[in-house]
Design a protein around this ligand. Structure first.
Ligand SMILES: NC(=O)c1ccc[n+]([C@@H]2O[C@H](COP(=O)([O-])OP(=O)(O)OC[C@H]3O[C@@H](n4cnc5c(N)ncnc54)[C@H](OP(=O)(O)O)[C@@H]3O)[C@@H](O)[C@H]2O)c1
Length: 251
């Protein structure tokens, strides 16, 4: 008997070629899901696909910029044509934006770019995914926010604002699509060892990790475990909420 939690399921993962998304793609595939990975960098995307296939899993990479609705639609369409439908969407693509700066020193271009990727990218994603989830009689959406979607951080205002916006979007849409059998939740990671954290902190994350009771950054795999739980039949009564995976940071 299979012990895979997601056997026969199909997942789309944006930002699946790096960090948290990469770990989630590998774990969802290990649990039996066929995964369609969308992001911009092809070499990194194809490398994750090869890793999953080498472990006996099913995966494709579709070069996708989430700020372009038509590219997100093409990603979802590719998942459906390759694997037969869609059951799980992990909307995780995100950027930290240009070097951290107080709001008064930030450029408008940077503020708009962060919202374009982190908020509108996810908005495009859910609009492409929901009709396909509906065709299957329901499904699961998991959106990546952050502890920065739950409190403010100085010199981080656009990123924080984008994540608060995703929290609001997710909780509202969750209520709209619950009657369709679609669950929508966010995950709010604390500092996680990824290229984004390195870029955002110049390689020294101690300013964040000193706020963490567990006294360390988390790993992408520790976040992927929560994504897998939310995607699984173990979480059928969990919707419209935000689950922290932050080492206790927001306690
Ligand atoms: N690491 C942390 O401490 C932390 C904490 C809380 C929340 N988060 C959130 O976790 C998510 C994943 O970040 P990460 O830490 O794993 O960082 P990461 O390794 O830099 O991954 C970011 C991913 O987003 C993709 N991406 C960026 N812009 C995109 C675009 N326009 N279209 C499509 N894909 C795009 C990147 O791929 P391409 O560049 O190839 O497109 C990459 O796969 C983000 O939403 C981030 O805000 C991270």
């Amino acid at each position: 008997m299979s012990t895979q939690k997601l056997e026969g399921k199909v997942a789309v993962i944006t930002g699946g070629n790096s960090g948290i998304g990469r770990a989630a793609a590998i774990e969802l595939a290990k649990q039996g899901a066929a995964v369609a990975i969308g992001a911009r960098r092809e070499d990194e995307g194809n490398a994750v696909v090869e890793e999953i296939r080498a472990q006996g899993g099913k995966a494709i990479f579709v070069k996708t910029d989430v700020t372009d609705a038509s590219q997100v639609e093409a990603l979802v369409a590719a998942a459906v044509s390759e694997f037969g439908g869609l059951d799980i969407a992990f909307n995780n693509a995100g950027i930290e934006g240009a070097a951290l700066a107080p709001m008064m020193d930030e450029t408008e271009d940077n503020a708009r770019r962060v919202l374009e990727v982190n908020y509108f990218g996810l908005w495009h994603s859910m609009r492409a995914e929901i009709p396909e989830l509906q065709k299957r009689g329901g499904g699961v959406i998991i959106n990546t926010t952050s502890v920065a979607g739950l409190r403010g951080f100085p010199a981080f205002s656009s990123y924080v604002s984008s994540k608060f916006a995703v929290e609001g979007l997710s909780r509202s849409v969750a209520q709209e699509v619950a009657p369709l059998g679609i669950r929508v939740n966010t995950i709010a990671p604390g500092p996680i060892e990824t290229p984004l954290l390195d870029r955002a902190t110049g390689g020294d994350a101690s300013g964040f990790t000193q706020l963490v009771p567990l006294q360390r950054a988390g790993t992408p795999e520790e976040v992927a475990a929560l994504v897998t739980f939310l995607a699984s039949p173990e979480a059928t009564y969990v919707t419209a909420t935000s689950l922290r995976v932050d080492g206790g940071m927001m306690a």
